[in-house]
Design a binder for this molecule. Sequence first.
Ligand code: TRP
Length: 350
Amino acid sequence: MKQNKNTRGEIKVKKRVLTGDRPTGPLHLGHYVGSLENRVKLQDKCDCFFIIADYQVLTDHLEETKQIEKNIKEVVLDYLSVGIDPKKSVIFIQSQIPEIAELTMYFSMMVSLARVQKNPTVKDELEAARKAGRISEVTYGFIGYPISQAADILFVRAHLVLVGEDQLPHIEQTREIARKFNRLYGKVFPIPEALVGTFPLLPGLDGQKMGKSLGNAIYLSDSPEVVAKKIKSAITDPARIHPTDKGHPEICNVFQYYKAFNKEEVKDIEDKCKNAKIGCVACKKRLIDVLNTFLNPIREKRKFYEKRSNLIKEILIAGNKRAKKEGEETLRLVKEAMYFDYKDLLARQF
Ligand code: TRP
């Protein structure tokens, strides 16, 4: 771990942060307020590691592996365009660090099947598969993905994990694994804490949670025209039919965007909506401006990196190398603690 001395000469230990995304498509505004914004802030204070979790794509997109490469590039572009700085943070690809897979193997022996099945997020996902008539297709790897996620986090011995609320059960599971390992074999892992974003549940255009696969998202890479079109089609307060009707901002999803992206005007818009002083059309028009003003610098940065494929390649190669170094060190500690280094049998004498 990096150590810095503060002005009084005391050693300050930098905390390690790990978080990441599955490369299944471009990132959206929900990702921004739920996590990316925090990442940009934290990279000045902490050692940040951002994992692009390509193995995790296999849990439910087994037939679409050809697109993963392109999606990885999109995710990296999204990261860089919101201000993640590769000089400060490490961006890397899960499958390129074999130590993560190795750690998953050890961890999978430390979690009971009953415990895996108790995970509320996995339970919800299984329920969705049952309803869709796909329960027989659910794989062993899918049910175990929180264990692989624990390895994603613990291979860098992270202290802090930025996640959306749906991921909290996985962090709880990770903490249990870390505690169990430390109890059985000696202290190797910190017990990581979860940090949820400033605005964890940004609704999509239809009022459901914004999701990559739900067709209700505004992407960081959307053009101004697309943003305008999407906001115009967004569902507002269903009880408000005429502009003269008084609105109910608390149940309007457009209002949630004001809360997330235009804190200065929230109060004003709320009053106007409640008193029928602004109609949904004008309110949406204002929001389109706000969102496009917010997205413009992100678009600019994206353009810069889009033209520089080589730079992206270099960033990923350097990130993978750095992450691998951490993985090697952690696996050395793990094997030593578990007596899996077979010192007597295998260590060289010179
Ligand atoms: N499961 C996360 C998601 O779908 C992505 C992810 C993979 C992750 N490994 C992680 C997040 C480790 C935090 C920490 O968004």
